[in-house]
Ligand binder design. Structure first.
Ligand code: ITT
Length: 211
């Protein structure tokens, strides 16, 4: 089974490939980047827009991931704006010095300074598209809180400042296997594989299998 990954994010590519490999799925990376205007108002809408754009270009089963970090005490920001949070006027722009991830982290820590409510959750919505009118979604959530300062070098994005519920370590201090077992993306992938397993005899599944 082959699936095209509708993303430019290397962190996502590494994690999704790692999780799908044992399930017998060959992940294909797009040869060229397709510009997608993420104009949706939810993770679900944006996942759909990405899957559709890549599917239209390549015409093979496509998996898109839209994800982000939601901080309720910051009105839900960074949320769907997680990848470009640093550049939003909301909360004040942050200069990119060493990289976008660092700028995002710096802004989030600045906005949470002195805030006792540091609860947060990661959310990922996956959209698997087999045909333009034939697609399914799964989602995964990972609850936790924002650490006082960055720690660890694993993962990507906000991982150095996210402590999963029940852990003192940040996501970036976990092993790849530990992250996959509790992450939003890991949960969404697990649901996707369970869903495909349950509808083994459906046309949808047959179409995915035949690629
Ligand atoms: P594509 O649209 O090409 O997939 P992107 O990075 O722009 O790449 P999103 O719009 O879905 O993707 O934004 C996801 C952002 O959320 C990502 O850039 C990180 O900042 C954050 N994020 C998502 N999952 C994460 C994870 O597992 N660990 C840390 N940060 C994560």
């Amino acid at each position: 089974m082959k699936l095209l990954l509708a993303t430019r994010n290397v962190g996502k590519i590494v994690e999704i490939s790692r999780m799908l490999k044992p399930l017998g799925v060959d992940v294909i990376q797009p040869e060229e980047e397709i510009p997608v205007e993420e104009r949706g108002k939810s993770f679900m809408e944006n996942a759909y827009l990405k899957a559709l754009a890549y599917f239209k270009r390549y015409g093979i089963p496509t998996l898109a991931d839209d994800s982000g970090l939601v901080v309720p005490s910051l009105e839900g920001y960074p949320g769907i704006y997680s990848s470009r949070f640093y550049s939003l006027d909301w909360g004040g722009r942050e200069e990119v010095e060493t990289g976008k991830d660092q700028a995002n982290i710096k802004k989030l820590l600045r906005l949470l300074e002195g805030n006792q409510d540091r609860r947060a959750y990661f959310k990922a919505v996956l959209c698997l598209m087999i045909e333009e009118e034939f697609y399914i979604f799964t989602e995964g959530i990972c609850h936790g809180e924002i650490a006082e300062s960055p720690r660890g070098s694993g993962g990507f994005g906000y991982d150095p400042i996210f402590k999963p519920l029940g852990y003192e370590k940040t996501m970036a201090e976990l092993s790849p296997e530990e992250k996959d077992s509790l992450s939003h993306r890991g949960k969404a992938i697990k649901k996707l594989s369970q869903l495909l397993e349950t509808c083994k005899h459906s046309i949808f599944y047959q179409k995915v299998r035949s690629t």
